[in-house]
Design a protein around this ligand. Structure first.
Ligand code: HEM
Length: 413
């Protein structure tokens, strides 16, 4: 791509994606000094979102908390929070008056993640300050992401909002980080885990490192999930037959009660819908790597130091690998359909050593959220089909507004 002074290579073929993310991963680093990471690094420092030995130590520390088995043990906790979040929404909804789907998805996801990450250490008042600050980060950074070669000392729109948001986040998170060090509680929350971690020479992490990883994890977990789920409602509205099948599954599995852990494996069509949602609207739509040594990909010379861009959004829409790529069709993800697909034709969670550490959290949380909402409501979108807007994640260009009418209740099958 020729962007004037900045000339990154955009890779879309699954073989090339695999080369960078998995086969020759040592040559393609997430470079903290590189242009794309510079704006993000101001918020997150070096840790789980960086590369090299510091990333490796963070990944090693956090991995056990995010294994499929450990996440499964947290599903009851997530289901409890969701039940009260959806009950609260039920109280608030006025028939015929639309709600903003993005705002509601964020609220639900933040409440669930706050419980998961911080147990009861964040008060509702603190959450009310933290959530808009994180939201402000995701949007105020866009300008710098679009022109990553502009140095930080050149002022840009969004900078002041960004700095203010970082201050708010620090005012809330640092005291909690300190509190957990002196009173670790049950010890299986993310901050206690980070305090127990040791570096290569046996030293504990610093306060700053614990803060950086907590904020990085929390930001990555909430922004992505709520953005993806916001795209669901316009798609269901445009495909009533698929929506009806989804409603039918939720009613048959969940019935009249609240969604529980044992329902999740039985929500098979819900999972197919979510997989297809992540194909069309992968929240992590574009991510960069820097080439360490000169290499060749598909006959093209990649010079040492150049930036390589990878985009699940583009690869997921390539006609060479997907029939009718722009159509929403959950059947693509029926268990028997995946067999012939290239591993890197579909990679909403990336791949190789940096593959998303939170994918099991999404796999548990997203069906719970969708089923909790659809067991209570029938959504109807009033704002039309949104278009994607390139930000740090793939947001909708305009708010998605929807009315929520009560769902017919029935007993589970
Ligand atoms: C729909 C939801 C999500 C999507 C689409 C998504 C996407 C991604 C992608 C594409 C990457 C790879 C980035 C790269 O290779 O440079 C990634 C990494 C990461 N994700 Fe997610 N993610 C999601 C949810 C989550 C959740 C729920 C968490 C936390 C609980 C999380 C935490 C992370 C972290 C910490 C990394 C960096 C891992 C590493 O480099 O070792 N993500 N995610």
């Amino acid at each position: 791509m020729d962007l004037g002074w900045f000339r990154p290579h955009l890779l879309t073929h699954p073989d090339h994606v695999q080369h960078v993310l998995r086969d020759n991963t040592a040559n393609y680093v997430r470079d903290g000094q590189g242009m794309f990471w510079r704006p993000i690094r101001r918020l997150l420092g070096d840790g789980i979102l960086s590369d090299g030995p510091i990333w490796q130590a963070s990944r090693r520390n956090l991995q056990p908390l995010f294994s499929a088995k450990h996440v499964d043990s947290l599903v009851d906790r997530m289901a409890d929070v969701l039940a009260s979040a959806v009950a609260e929404l039920e109280q608030r909804v006025v028939p015929g008056q639309p709600v903003d789907a993005g705002v509601e998805m964020s609220r639900i996801v933040y409440l669930t993640m706050i419980k998961l990450f911080f147990e009861d250490r964040i008060s509702p008042e603190q959450a009310d300050r933290l959530v808009p600050a994180l939201d402000a980060i995701a949007t105020s950074i866009t300008f710098r992401l679009l022109v990553p070669f502009v140095p930080n000392y050149v002022p840009m729109p969004g900078d002041r909002t960004f700095r203010r948001a970082v201050r708010t986040i620090d005012e809330i998170i640092f005291p909690i980080v300190r509190e957990v060090r002196s009173a670790p509680g049950s010890g299986d929350d993310i901050i206690s885990t980070l305090w127990q971690a040791r570096g290569d020479s046996g030293e504990p992490l610093t306060e700053q490192q614990v803060r950086d990883d907590v904020v990085a994890m929390f930001g990555a977990a909430t922004e992505t999930t709520s953005v993806v789920l916001t795209w669901l409602w316009p798609l269901l509205d445009a495909h009533p037959e698929m929506a009806a099948r989804l409603y039918g599954e939720v009613a048959a599995v969940v019935g009249d009660g609240r969604v529980r852990r044992e329902h999740v494996p039985r929500l098979r069509y819900t999972r197919m819908v979510l997989d297809e949602l992540l194909r069309l609207y992968p929240a992590g739509w574009l991510f960069p790597r820097t080439a360490v040594a000169t290499d060749a990909i598909g006959g093209v010379r990649i010079k040492a130091g150049s930036t390589v861009l990878i985009s699940p959004f583009l690869t997921h829409r390539m006609p060479a690998f997907w029939e009718r790529p722009l159509e929403f069709d959950p059947e693509r993800f029926a268990p028997e359909s995946a067999v012939h697909r290239h591993r890197y034709a579909y990679f909403p969670f990336g791949g190789g050593p940096h593959q998303c550490i939170g994918r099991h959290v999404f796999a548990a949380e997203a069906p719970l959220i969708v089923a909790s909402i659809l067991s209570r409501f029938r959504p109807h979108v009033t704002s039309g089909q949104p278009r994607p807007q390139a930000a740090a994640s793939l947001r909708t260009g305009a708010p998605v507004l929807m009315t929520l009418s009560p769902a017919e209740r029935r007993m589970a099958a």
